[in-house]
Write a protein that binds this ligand. Structure first.
Ligand code: PEP
Ligand code: MG
Length: 914
């Protein structure tokens, strides 16, 4: 028996049975659009009759080297006969022809990325028959020119601009699309046919069945188009899923003044407010609305234009939202005063809207709190934490233009008018703003690489808006700008910006600024966000701390929900211009006395730093790491010193006497410094005198840092605070290193506390950042009160890849060529580095079953790595303050995954039964 490739919209029962009664499997088989069309038709929602060719057929088509699987056309013919029976029309029959739309529809929605052809089934003969039958030549010819245009582009590969050129000169003479009269449309169809004859390798097929077959194959092939590939790549969609094809009886939005077409969202996709939003056009068809090629009307206007349809549409939007328990993006057509729903799917939304909608749906009882948590991705929280413009700059910089605020966030970049160039410049490290009259699906690679998107046309549901929202790109559409693609300029109110000049977009307000605005950090002030994060806190097992080096950062981290500091890199306190000279003196000292004097000078400064941190995190643990980096990082480089010496030597002969004396002194000092720097230089400084080795080699420094911690804690406690300092030793490789360093730390704590008469507990722990430490944790843990994985160094030392050089040297190639599928410095390499971590954890627990284990490398803020930490049984993750909210949600997701939610996202009972 041949495989079943086709399901009519009224055969949901069969599809469910064949998909094992699982809704996701139904979607995988019929694609999202097909599954929902079948589902809606079972619910009694007005869906035009039609059928779906399964994704399996597409996969098989590709597997057969682009050949139609056996039995497919026969099944299509049967299904088409059924549609004909329901509509009372016959395919390819001139007096009352059935026309169909051929529409792609993958399991996961990929708006506009694959192809669609409308009005399939027309030729000159049928056009005549239809005109005779309907008496509406304008409508019939408009439909035919659309078929020629779409078929020509999608199936026959004629560039869309060629058709657009002809169309826009007709528009210039006759007005907008719906003002083109019969004569103009007739001549357009002739021009389009000639264009196809001249540009395509194959003529336009006049046989309706050939049209249908060609269109189906074109949709199958569009799965592998560049834009579809780019989109899948960026969204993490499997390239092997294939697309379904939906063949649907045409209903006509271009059938006259009582017809139209549009898109509604059941909630606002930008803010998440519970208000229907959308755009529509009367007397228009298909892509007119999404492409943004004609100015659309806001959906509220529909109420005065076709009141019954508007009310039915709004009620249907609510019904569908309740049915699918999520915000819906609905495509509709009104044909002569009758509403038809062409598609519904979960709506794309901004990060801000995602949070608000999830919280509101949970509060409305439509979904559980756990579901609400899973509806928001940690990456969306990350987007929300993106910088915003400073109020000061917003007030002072000139406004260039205004448009629709379709995707929030601040984007600063140079204007680029071409998507390929945008991709190229962005990959060279430039910040870019892609400026286009409108965006089309083939621009997606440019949109993904741009920092922001600006378009002249297009509404809230335009392609640009949808894609930008999905990928968290700040975007402004429908702006009051004029774009000259040839001159590569954008003009507004008399001001012209050329390609390569700076623009700043405020996606939250829809304002475009000329020049480069400064940005500032975001805040968790949003009610819905704090509610969602509070729900996340109830679910997560992992604690979340922050990496913070000063009290400001610690304050911010605490506001974002950090439960302590997981890493204070004390070296960052030494880089300030007033401290660096002291540090340099300490390093360059030629006697112990000189060195001690410099260290003594640092003591009060460090103490003050620690007081700030401990106060900001009052009552919460603060992990202070002893000095870690190689000392040369505090000194000028050899090349810089050599440059200074040559410069002084060059100036010397020309200088006057006074100047000469100063220059000579400078020259001597610089030469001395160079000599010292050369003595200290190491071939492999990252494997040299750093971490615990430095602490052991410079005991006075260790002593000073520990003393500063104890004195700071004592002072905070004296002022009524609850300081919880913890001292962490970096880069330990052998337990004896830690044993010795611990003894030193311990001695200083005892000595300082005795002197001060205080007793604030100070825990002493270590980082696990080299493989030997990971492999000998059983011994290491004997000297540690806690462990923290320094996964930056652990990745570096496990892979033997320099973390500072690899990214620019070869890592990008490794990722491109598939040697690595993820950057191991962003996401824990679970099978290598992760394996060491699991071994370390297991062995540590043998000696100390309750040992506290955390992570403080960059991976601590990465959702996938957080999942790993949860599964490995860590106590906490520590990440940069801005990633704390992201980590809170990611930790909750990790916990929920191991402990499934009580209700599935869409249960089968929610699917209509037919
Ligand atoms: C680490 O190595 O992961 C770490 C946190 O330390 P640093 O990045 O300061 O070397
Ligand atoms: Mg490190």
């Amino acid at each position: 028996m041949t495989e079943r490739w086709v399901y009519s919209f009224d055969e949901m029962r069969d599809a469910k049975r064949d998909a094992g009664n699982d809704w996701e499997a139904v979607r995988a088989l019929l694609g999202g659009k097909g599954a929902n069309l079948a589902d809606m038709s079972a619910l009694g929602i007005p869906v035009p009759p039609g059928f779906t060719i399964t994704t399996k057929a597409c996969i098989e088509y590709q597997a057969l080297g682009e050949h139609i699987p056996e039995g497919l056309w026969e099944q299509v013919e049967d299904a088409l006969t059924r549609v004909a029976a329901v509509t009372g029309r016959t395919f390819a029959e001139p007096s009352n022809p059935l026309l169909v739309a051929v529409r792609s529809g993958a399991q996961f929605s990929m708006p506009g990325m694959m192809d669609t052809v409308l009005n399939v089934g027309m030729n000159d003969h049928i056009v005549d028959g239809m005109i005779e039958n309907t008496g509406d030549a304008r409508f019939v010819l408009d439909s035919f020119r659309r078929l020629l245009q779409m078929f020509g582009t999608v199936v026959l590969g004629v560039p869309s601009e060629e058709f657009e050129k002809v169309l826009s000169s007709a528009r210039n003479e006759a007005g907008t699309d719906n003002e083109l009269d019969e004569a103009v449309l007739r001549s357009l169809t002739t021009s389009f046919k000639s264009l196809i004859d001249a540009s395509a390798s194959q003529p336009f097929p006049t046989d309706p069945t050939s049209q249908l077959h060609d269109a189906v194959e074109a949709v199958f092939r569009s799965w592998h188009s560049r834009r579809a590939y780019d989109y899948r790549q960026a969204s993490g969609i499997d390239h092997n899923l294939g697309t379904a094809v939906n063949i649907v009886a045409m209903v006509f939005g271009n059938a006259g003044p009582a017809s139209g077409t549009g898109v509604v969202m059941s909630r606002d996709g930008t803010t998440g407010e519970s208000a229907i939003e959308g755009d529509y056009l009367m007397n228009a068809q298909g892509e007119d609305v999404v492409a943004g090629s004609r100015p659309t009307k806001p959906i509220a206007d529909l109420v005065s234009e076709v009141p019954e349809c508007a009310l039915e549409l709004f009620a249907t939007a609510r019904l569908l939202e309740n049915h699918y328990r999520d915000m819906q993006d609905i495509e509709f057509t009104i044909e002569n005063g009758r509403l038809w729903i062409l598609q519904t799917r979960s709506g794309k939304r901004t990060a801000q809207a995602a949070v608000k909608i999830a919280v509101d749906l949970a509060n409305e009882g439509l979904i559980t709190r756990d579901e609400a948590l899973l509806r928001v991705s940690p990456d969306q929280i990350d987007t929300l934490m993106h910088p915003q413009f400073t109020a000061q700059d917003l007030a002072s910089k000139p406004v260039f233009a205004r448009g629709l605020n379709v995707s929030p966030g601040a984007a600063v970049g140079i204007a680029v008018f071409n998507p390929d160039l945008t991709q190229q410049w962005s990959s060279q490290g430039h910040h870019t703003i892609l400026v286009r009259p409108e965006t089309r699906p083939e621009d997606v690679h440019g949109m993904l690489s741009a920092d922001g998107i600006l378009t002249a046309t297009g509404g809230r549901t335009s392609h640009a808006a949808l894609v930008a929202r999905q990928f968290g790109k700040p975007a402004i559409t429908g702006a009051d700008i004029e774009i000259d693609l040839l001159a590569r300029t954008v003009t507004s109110e008399g001001t012209t910006i050329h390609e390569g000049e700076w623009l700043s977009l405020d996606g939250a307000t829809g304002t475009v600024y000329q020049g480069k605005l400064a940005t500032t950090a975001a805040e968790v002030g949003n009610d819905a966000l704090s509610t969602l994060l509070a729900w996340a806190d109830q679910r997560r097992v992992l604690k979340v701390r922050a990496n913070a080096d000063d009290s400001l950062e610690a304050d911010r981290a605490r506001k974002f929900g950090a439960e302590g500091v997981g890493l204070c890199r004390t070296e960052h306190m030494f880089f300030d211009s007033d401290r660096l000279p002291i540090v340099q003196r300490m390093i360059l000292a030629t006697s112990e006395a000189e060195q001690r004097a410099a260290i003594e000078e640092l003591l009060p400064i460090q103490r003050q730093d620690f007081i700030g941190l401990l106060q900001a995190m009052d009552g919460l643990p603060v992990v202070i790491r002893l000095l870690d980096p190689p000392l040369h990082e505090f000194l000028p480089s050899r090349s810089e010193l050599n440059r200074q010496i040559s410069e002084l030597e060059r100036q010397l002969p020309e200088a006057d006497l006074n100047q000469k004396t100063t220059d000579l002194t400078d020259l001597t000092n610089t030469r001395t410094l160079l000599a010292r720097v050369e003595t200290l230089s190491e071939s492999n400084p990252m494997l040299g005198l750093r971490g615990v080795r430095l602490g052991l080699k410079l005991p006075h420094l260790t002593h000073m840092q520990v003393q500063a911690v104890v004195e700071a804690a004592a002072e905070v406690a004296r002022d009524g605070g609850n300081p919880r300092p913890e001292i962490m030793v970096p880069l330990v490789g052998h337990h004896n290193e830690l044993a010795q360093q611990r003894a030193m730390i311990h001695a200083t704590i005892t000595e300082t506390e005795t002197r001060l008469g205080t007793n604030v507990p100070v825990r002493i722990g270590t980082m696990i950042e080299v493989p030997r430490a990971a492999l000998t944790c059983e011994q290491i843990v004997e000297h540690a009160d806690f462990l923290s994985f320094g996964t930056n160094d652990l990745t570096q030392t496990t892979f033997a890849i320099s973390r500072d050089d690899a990214e620019s040297a070869f890592l990008a190639d490794y990722l491109d060529t598939g040697i690595l599928d993820k950057n191991p410095f962003s996401t824990i390499d679970a099978s290598g580095v992760g394996r060491l971590m699991r071994i370390a954890m297991r062995d540590a627990q043998k000696t100390a079953p309750n040992i506290e284990v955390g992570i403080c490398g960059e991976h601590g803020g990465d959702p996938e790595s957080i999942k790993f930490c949860h599964q490995t049984g860590f106590s906490y993750v520590s990440c940069s303050s801005y990633r704390v909210p992201t980590a809170r949600l990611a930790a909750a997701h990790a916990a929920l995954e191991g402990n499934p939610t009580p209700r599935n996202t869409t249960s089968l009972s929610a699917i209509g039964t037919s």
